[in-house]
Design a protein around this ligand. Structure first.
Ligand SMILES: [Zn+2]
Ligand SMILES: [Zn+2]
Length: 401
């Protein structure tokens, strides 16, 4: 397979303005997780216009499209998430969100538009594609893990899709650049909820009751030493308590105190270990205070681990199409999490960062900020790297690797 990157670049130039317009339309009408109805319809309309067969209503509002290559039974997948966040947009842009309290503050409008752009480019090269391309437009990344549900619904079958790539916007990186990380890239996550139960009484007579607030505070403090004393110092992990609730009045000892937080680890097995440690610390402190405590855990996404061979291939493909200076290599994993991780367990997966800061800008608003405002030039970089990446991967597949 001999693919021509200049042709890819010319095709991207042709559609760029149209894809930017699409992104702005998506940005204007953001939809929350599990409610991506109009977004999904727009995706289907665009795929129809490109003559790409698709299936919709997968795991809610998910859509899969297929560009059939010569081998109709084997495919490379590309994933974009489509959901927005419950945030009121403050960014001063002409295409500001028209849906009150909802905003594309994680750039999933960019991801969706980029994948539609990549679909347009690769469908023009359809006759030259040795294998098929699967397009995964995924719902509910921000909440319930739409990726997992789409996989469970069989999106990696027929044609068999053994490789999936995806990207995420990154405002800490300049637009025009991409960044790759070998191996573990994002954390495994777990939520926890702790309730400490005591006996309420007058604040002036604490001995008449059983104060649940003191042991709750001690638990919050002691949890931090789990990280520093029970895990190897070279491993990254964290425990964050984000909520603490107790009582109704300053002179009443409450009957109950509760707090909740998250555990993040770069290794799936350490997530399990930390759950056990959190349980032990909380139960022991509760017992020593004469109180009782209930702990609930809810596992979120597993650790996102990039496939080594795909990492090598994508790094080369990106350098070929963007120039070496635009391709950054990261040695630092993020304790953020992303449900793309599920694709890395059900197929070989590669996730990478797409720079969205304006040239020279060092204070671009972060993800999930009401001021988040990516440089749309990143759309070009996103399409170029997705398209060149898929072509490069197919070349390797032909070589029997
Ligand atoms: Zn997000
Ligand atoms: Zn996101």
């Amino acid at each position: 397979m001999n693919y021509d990157l200049n042709r890819v670049k010319a095709l991207v130039d042709e559609i760029f303005a149209q894809i930017v317009a699409l992104r702005r339309q998506l940005h204007r009408y953001p939809e929350l997780s599990e409610h991506e109805e109009n977004t999904s319809r727009l995706v289907c309309d665009q795929l129809s216009a490109l003559g790409i067969p698709y299936r919709d209503h997968i795991a809610g509002y998910g859509v899969t499209g297929t560009i059939y290559g010569r081998d109709r039974g084997k495919a490379v997948g590309i994933r974009a998430d489509m959901d927005a966040l419950p945030i009121s947009e403050k960014a001063d842009v002409p295409f500001r969100s028209q849906n009150p309290g909802v905003m594309h503050a994680c750039g999933h409008d960019m991801h969706t538009a980029i994948l539609l752009g990549t679909a347009a480019v690769l469908s023009k090269l359809q006759n030259e594609l040795p294998y098929s391309v699967r397009l995964f437009f995924q719902p509910s990344e921000e909440t319930i893990g739409g990726a997992r549900q789409m996989i469970e619904a069989g999106c990696l079958e027929e044609p068999a899709t053994g490789i999936v790539i995806g990207l995420h916007v990154d405002p800490s990186l300049e637009a025009g650049c991409v960044q790759f990380k070998a191996g573990a890239m994002n954390a495994a996550s777990c939520e926890f909820y702790v309730t400490v139960k005591g006996i309420s009484c007058h604040g002036a007579h604490p001995a008449a009751g059983l104060d649940p607030l003191l042991p709750a505070c001690e638990m919050v403090m002691s949890m931090q030493s789990i990280i520093t004393r029970r895990l190897p110092a070279t491993d990254s992990a964290l425990i964050t308590v984000g909520q603490l609730h107790s009582g109704t009045k300053n002179n009443i000892i409450p009957a109950e105190s509760s707090f909740s937080g998250i555990i993040r680890t770069m290794k799936n097995e350490q997530r399990q270990y930390l759950k056990e440690q959190v349980t032990e610390v909380c139960q022991n402190i509760a017992r020593s205070a004469g109180t009782t405590c209930e702990i609930k855990f809810r596992d979120s996404y597993p650790a996102l681990v990039n496939d080594e061979a795909l990492y090598e291939l994508m790094t080369v493909a990106a350098a070929d199409v963007l120039g070496k200076d635009k391709v950054k290599i990261s040695n630092t994993a993020s304790l953020g999490c992303d449900d793309f991780a599920y694709f890395c367990y059900s197929s070989r997966g590669l996730y990478y960062d797409l720079g969205t800061a304006k040239p020279g800008q060092t204070d671009a608003a972060p993800l999930h900020s009401d001021m988040f405002c990516p440089d749309e030039e990143a759309i070009r970089t996103g399409i170029l790297t997705e398209a060149a990446g898929v072509l490069k991967i197919m070349e390797e597949m032909q070589n029997g690797k």
